[in-house]
Design a protein around this ligand. Structure first.
Ligand SMILES: [Zn+2]
Length: 114
């Protein structure tokens, strides 16, 4: 089963440390590496705002990619993360996604593993 979630995003390009409206950022460093947010950032539960864009000279995964890997390492963690997004904004998700979340959480609550 594949679930796609649109994550809230902010673009800090050109103004690291500042919100897109020009206000000083609310002191939220990247939830992955603890550094200041720059470029494209996405909010992924249960972590928070994460770097979603690699700095030009950087190698490896973005903080978002690392967070996705962490979540997908355990199906329970994955479904709980998806459930957190669905609970926060139910109308932003398809009926199929909501059904999958409820089905899997119910199975987890019943002690089944998927
Ligand atoms: Zn980061």
């Amino acid at each position: 089963m594949k679930v796609t979630i649109d994550l809230p995003e902010r673009d800090y390009s050109g103004h690291p440390g500042y919100e897109p409206d020009g206000a000083l950022a609310s002191n939220a460093p990247c939830a992955g590496c603890g550094e200041e947010l720059y470029g494209l950032a996405v909010r992924m539960l249960p972590f928070g705002w994460l770097h979603a864009e690699r700095e030009e000279d950087a190698e490896g995964k973005t903080c978002q990619e690392a967070a996705v890997e962490k979540i997908l390492a355990d199906p329970r963690t994955g479904w709980l993360a998806v459930a957190a997004h669905v609970a926060k904004a139910p109308s932003a998700h398809s009926a199929a996604t909501i059904r999958a979340v409820i089905t899997n959480l119910t199975a987890m609550a019943n002690g089944a593993t998927r």
